[in-house]
Design a protein around this ligand. Structure first.
Ligand SMILES: Cc1cc2nc3c(=O)[nH]c(=O)nc-3n(C[C@H](O)[C@H](O)[C@H](O)COP(=O)(O)OP(=O)(O)OC[C@H]3O[C@@H](n4cnc5c(N)ncnc54)[C@H](O)[C@@H]3O)c2cc1C
Length: 416
């Protein structure tokens, strides 16, 4: 059904010009949708990507403070999509991870778990500033002749067994063999398809910001479990003004988190130091804006419908306890691009029920496992019961003493 030849189209294109028919139409140009579009276009597959928002909002000159921990498997995907080399700032490798348990204002329990350079042949992940990733994605989206970027634009999608038709709000119409919903947690395509969604609430809000500190982080990350929620410190590449810099994701009870986030700098800094369980970074100073995000997990009951696939947050949202939300989305894209590139070589229909079923079988069980693991971790650790605290401290300490188990954890988290 997809007949016309592909040509270069971009958001600067006038509304009167035609959009060529494509093999895949991606709705949502967030990190997951944009990476998929670039990966497929790099293979010569004809792709259109539509976002209701303009592509530029993150290219703000101010330091943003939000960052992603990108695991090894997803980093390879970004390289294959031509995005990684365009990152304007160097990403910081994570080479050590310390997992501890405690209470605010107290030293961490003496039972801990530490992943070191000996547990893996390469860094556990890389911290990339969200703004830098956006800049690289925006540039990559305009590199491929078979990729049409349509933003800002609203799309009405009509799907039938024979193919999909996409109507833009400016009147342009084109066809696609497959539509990929990458339109985030509140996915319109998912609700239009009537795909049921299950939601889990945590009663927690995350405070996200950057901190400068007195001593170097040595590429080390910290996950410190506290009764009100986990506190994470993730190493970032320093700047001229702040040579020692980290990102923090501090989860606390709803209401309390917002009050902490509104504290003056000096008081906020002391509260951060009280939540680190150790003093290895010395005095801390908050840098840039503070962001708050209410935390919840959610999962779609299925990832497919007629000529439609769900990817990224449209399919699943998890607790940021292990920094794996975006990585899970990238893993969807690793699987989906492998399937679609193989179909492209064989001349297979991109929207066939068999292909859709292959994608769901490859991704959904693994994603559900990660959702269950992060959910259990949060419920087990956000708890002040002394018996549960002792059991979990013994648990993390025993993983620490078993190098084979430590390495298995690491391989899984790295997406290898
Ligand atoms: C506090 C916090 C910390 C996090 N930290 C990490 C971390 O360290 N590591 C990690 O891996 N993940 C992390 N995550 C998760 C990560 O932010 C998300 O998983 C990721 O942004 C999902 O990407 P996405 O492209 O699927 O969706 P989104 O980023 O939500 O993008 C969706 C896109 O779709 C567009 N859109 C929406 N509706 C429509 C429509 N109707 N038509 C067209 N376009 C539409 C939007 O404009 C947007 O561009 C964190 C999340 C939180 C809340």
């Amino acid at each position: 059904m997809v007949a016309s030849p592909a040509s270069t189209v971009s958001d600067s294109m006038s509304a009167s010009s035609q959009v060529p028919d494509v093999d895949v139409c991606v709705i949502g140009a967030g990190p997951v949708g944009a990476t998929l579009a670039c990966r497929l276009a790099r293979e010569g597959i004809r792709v259109a990507i539509v976002d209701k928002a303009p592509l530029a909002p993150m290219e703000h000159p101010d330091f943003d403070g939000r960052a992603y921990a990108i695991a090894a498997g997803p980093k390879t995907l970004l390289e294959e999509a031509g995005v990684w080399e365009l990152l304007p700032l160097e990403s910081c490798p994570i080479e050590e991870i310390l997992v501890t348990d405690g209470r605010p204002g107290e030293p961490a329990s003496s039972l801990f778990l530490e992943f070191t350079r000996e547990d893996a042949s390469q860094p556990f992940g890389w911290m990339a500033e969200a703004r830098a990733l956006r800049v690289a994605l925006n540039e990559a989206l305009h590199m491929y002749p078979t990729l049409s970027v349509l933003s800002p634009a609203e799309a009405k999608v009509e799907r039938k067994a024979e193919g999909a038709t996409i109507r833009l709000n400016d009147g342009r119409v084109f066809n696609a063999a497959l539509v990929v919903a990458a339109d985030g947690r509140k996915s319109k395509l998912r609700s239009e398809a009537g795909i049921p969604l299950t939601k889990l609430s945590y009663g927690q809000t995350a405070i996200v910001c950057a901190i400068a500190h007195e001593f170097p982080h040595d590429n080390g990350a910290l996950e410190h479990f506290l009764p009100a929620g986990p506190f994470a410190q993730l190493p970032m590449t320093g700047t001229e003004n702040h040579p020692y810099l980290s990102a923090i994701v501090w989860s606390d009870k709803d209401g309390t988190a917002e009050r902490f986030a509104a504290l003056p700098d000096d008081v906020f800094a002391r509260e951060i130091e009280r939540r680190m369980g150790n003093t290895r970074l010395g005095k801390v100073t908050p840098v840039g804006r503070r962001w708050t995000y209410p935390l919840s997990a959610q999962y779609a009951q299925r990832y497919t419908d007629t000529r439609l696939l769900l990817v990224g947050d449209a399919a699943h949202g998890i607790h940021p306890i292990a920094g794996q939300g975006l990585n899970l989305g990238f893993r969807d894209i690793i699987a989906l691009s492998e399937i679609l590139i193989a179909a492209h070589h064989k001349g297979e229909d991109f929207g066939s029920p068999a292909l859709l079923a292959r994608y769901q079988a490859r991704c959904r069980p693994a994603n559900m496992l990660m959702l269950a693991a992060t959910d259990t971790l949060d419920r087990l650790f956000s708890n002040n019961n002394p018996v549960i605290r002792l059991a979990r401290d013994l648990g993390i300490a025993s993983v620490h003493r078993l190098p084979a188990l430590r390495k298995a954890f690491v391989r899984h988290a790295m997406g290898l």
